[in-house]
Design a protein. Structure first.
Ligand code: URA
Ligand code: ZN
Length: 397
């Protein structure tokens, strides 16, 4: 992508290891994988908004017909093949990827199966990283439906894996959201183990907010463009209001999609707290301001596809905000529709171009690379991730 000699690091990039796909294939409720006549690839069906189309397609299939619209997205080799991930990295000149299990992680497993499956999936990621020594690191998945002692021992276990740099977490936590006091021991354990939480949405907003025309007419646009970012914003704001950042000051979080809408709404959150009679009388205002949290405990990815959102993310993250932002791709989601999936992905080039534009940087020549803007661009494209997540691995062949 042309960012000089700095390393390009993708911190937002997912995989479903083959074992996870098998679990989805065996399921009868969402999330699941299903094959339909007329579709070469099986369909990966994840989101609640996909349920009406799933029902229609299953009904057509049971009548022996080809469904007119297919639910979900094609489950291509991009989702579980390591060689495809490496090919994608080569195509886009990405030196290092910090891979994570994609949504909805292990959130749907029974309490008994969650622990062993988490161990096995994390071992898959660990093996892949080992094989590509120094090119891959990972965020582990936690068995959040298991009893607390199992979750804590999983944190202990992944903290010892040489390529693990944190955990990926959805917004439901133990089922009641991230302001649940029962999560505090888990947040303490993650902070103590110096494991970054990569917070990622999955559940979106209730289907009704999209209106009656959405399923038939608007594809995935509303839940992905708006539902996902609002979900993240709400989850972090609830954590903030519950005082989690005050109580666990060493907790570090990396927020997907540049924090949803948090950079844009932080001032409004701050003002609503200041003017809230209930918080005022109860004396339950968070101790740190939201701006303090954003500039000390929160990192943002740069997966927002425009310099406008990125500028807000940099400004919201404090005086050294450019040091808290990290490039990502969201591969294998958002493949190109009109061109070869093995070629260049617009979802990647848009994010790269947005980083350059956000810092007013147009150059490729050596002297421009050394400018202040050039350094900031290289930081966001990879330098920040290498520093914050310690992405160095000695002894690789
Ligand atoms: N859709 C998903 O379900 N997950 C992502 O990460 C991106 C798009
Ligand atoms: Zn993602």
């Amino acid at each position: 992508m042309g960012f000089g000699d700095g390393k390009v690091v993708d911190i937002h990039t997912h995989m479903y290891p083959p074992e996870y796909v098998k679990i989805l294939e065996s399921r009868t409720t969402m999330p699941l994988v299903r094959s339909f006549p007329g579709s070469e690839d099986p369909r990966l069906i994840l989101l609640d908004t996909e349920l009406p189309l799933l029902k229609e397609a299953e009904a057509a299939k049971s009548r022996g017909e080809t469904p007119t619209s297919l639910p979900g997205r094609p489950l291509t080799k991009h989702y579980s093949s390591l060689s495809q991930k490496m090919h994608f990295m080569e195509t886009h000149e990405i030196d290092i990827s910090v891979v994570s299990l994609a949504n909805p992680w292990l959130d749907f497993l029974s309490p008994e199966e969650a622990g062993p499956i988490a161990e096995s999936i994390n071992a898959d990621f660990s093996r892949m990283c080992e094989e590509k020594c120094g090119r891959l690191f990972f965020f582990a998945a936690l068995p959040l439906t298991a009893p607390q002692d199992v979750i804590l021992s999983s944190i202990n276990h992944v903290a010892g894996l040489p390529y693990c740099r944190g955990v990926i977490l959805g917004t439901s936590g133990l089922g009641k959201g991230l302001d649940d006091p029962e999560l505090l021991p888990i947040f303490h354990a993650l902070a103590e183990a110096k494991l970054m939480i990569f917070l990622h949405p999955h559940y979106g907003l209730p289907n009704e907010v999209w209106g009656p025309r959405a399923t038939e007419n608007y594809g995935h646009v509303l839940p992905l463009a708006l539902g996902f970012p609002m979900e993240t914003t709400i989850a972090v704001t609830r954590m903030y209001l519950a005082g989690v950042f005050d109580q666990v000051p060493q907790l570090n979080m990396l927020l997907a999609h540049s924090g949803g809408t948090l950079p844009f709404l932080a001032g409004r959150i701050e003002s609503c707290i200041l003017h809230d009679g209930h918080l005022h009388h109860a004396g339950t205002k968070p101790k740190k301001t939201i701006w303090e949290v954003l500039s000390s405990q929160v990192y943002l990815d740069a997966v927002v596809y425009s310099d406008v959102g990125l500028k807000a993310a940099v400004h919201a993250s404090g005086p050294d905000g450019h040091e808290r932002l990290m490039f990502g791709t969201d591969h294998p989601f958002f493949p190109p529709l009109g061109s070869d999936e093995d070629g260049e992905w617009e979802s990647v080039t848009w994010n790269g171009a947005a980083v350059k534009k956000a810092f007013g940087y147009g150059g490729t020549k050596d002297e421009e690379m050394e400018s202040e803007e050039g350094k900031k661009v290289r930081g966001v494209m990879g330098g920040n991730a290498v520093r914050v997540l310690n992405l160095r691995r000695d002894g690789c062949r």
